[in-house]
Design a protein around this ligand. Structure first.
Ligand code: FE2
Length: 343
């Protein structure tokens, strides 16, 4: 006869009157990994007795691994960036609804996936970077994403390729608000305003504004925080000191928000531990720790972003378009960008 006694931290299996203690664990597949996260995981283990195993890789690589492992996957949690990537995992049928009142009370509905199968852990804005010596904050003030297709900006805008999920999600958010036809017209105008063929990552676009090659660049908010930290070298530090952030669409729906987020896998072998771990990520102290490293915005209202990113403004209006729409309209966005000639 086998009897299982579940406690918070350890599993005691009693077989024929003899107790065996099994260590508990939780397995996290993540495209987000900082060496310093290890200290955080040790604290979770100290508090709960649950060992944290991290399997890190690219979002795509981990998704392929999950699919290959199938029902036998040891993965409990998938933690990645961009709602579009979380949507792809959901579409494969790999997630399950997250059953935690605590998490649902913290994460607003617009920052969750359909059926509550994934939730935001941190937020990022996709903003416009500019050099205040070239264009004044007053001139920038009223500029929306929609305005970027205006011929006034011909040859002035830097943005990375349409293969990038951040851009696909931005375009999907415009489709959600304006429909495919209007967004396609907009994309054609935007493409005709590109200063160069899309190249490089978000930081390369910020560099293009700093060195005068472009007047405006679209990139995620946290990159300027990383660049200002000096973590990525003197050239990026110097460039970041030259630029400012403009939060578009303050007069209407607000600035485009995307997320770092996580879901619990359908076949998670350690389901309860996974719920506890997500609750841990959404606690005050851990939120503060994470956003101080990533320069993202916290999901918890009580937590403040890192002072370096907060210096660009914290009271901006956020677009409350559901991040689930970025997945829903992803294919439309990709096809539309292709038709618009966005390379
Ligand atoms: Fe990024």
């Amino acid at each position: 006869m086998k009897k299982i006694l579940k406690m918070t931290s350890i599993l005691i299996i009693s077989i024929l009157g003899v107790n065996y203690t099994l260590a508990q664990e939780v397995n996290i597949y993540t495209s987000r990994h900082y060496d310093s996260d290890d200290a955080l995981y040790s604290e979770f283990t100290a508090a709960t007795g649950i060992k944290v195993n991290i399997i890190s890789g690219s979002g795509n690589g981990l998704l392929e691994r999950l699919k290959a492992e199938g029902k036998n996957s040891p993965a409990d949690i998938f933690f990645t960036v961009d709602a579009g990537n979380l949507w792809r995992i959901q579409k494969e049928g790999l997630f399950r609804a997250i059953n935690s009142d605590q998490i649902m009370n913290i994460v607003p509905v617009n920052l969750r996936g359909p059926n509550d199968e994934w939730v935001a852990i941190a937020k990022r804005a996709r903003v416009i970077y500019y050099n205040p010596e070239i264009i004044s904050p007053e001139q920038m003030q009223r500029i929306s994403y929609e305005d970027l297709s205006d011929p006034d900006w011909k040859g002035k805008i830097a943005i990375r390729s349409s293969g990038n999920m951040y851009n696909q999600s931005l375009v999907a958010s415009l489709i959600s608000n304006h429909g495919v036809d209007m967004t396609e017209e907009w994309a054609k105008g935007l493409v005709s305003n590109f200063v160069r063929k899309p190249q490089g990552n978000d930081r390369a676009q910020i560099m293009a504004v700093a060195n005068g090659e472009a007047t405006l660049a679209i990139a995620n908010s946290y990159y300027v925080g990383i660049m200002l930290s000096g973590r990525s070298g003197d050239a990026q530090l110097a460039a970041a000191k030259k630029v400012k952030i403009h939060f578009p669409n303050q007069n209407n729906r607000g600035t485009h928000i995307n997320i770092s987020g996580a879901g619990i896998l359908k076949n998670a072998p350690n389901h309860e531990n996974a719920v506890m771990f997500l609750e841990f990520l959404l606690s005050d102290r851990v939120q503060k720790y994470m956003v101080d490293l990533s320069y993202e915005y916290p999901v918890l209202e009580s937590v403040k972003p890192h002072p370096s990113i907060a210096s660009f403004g914290t009271d901006f209006k956020e677009d409350s378009t559901s991040v689930a729409d970025y997945g829903k309209y992803n294919i439309d966005a990709v096809m539309l960008m292709d038709r618009a000639g966005w390379q």
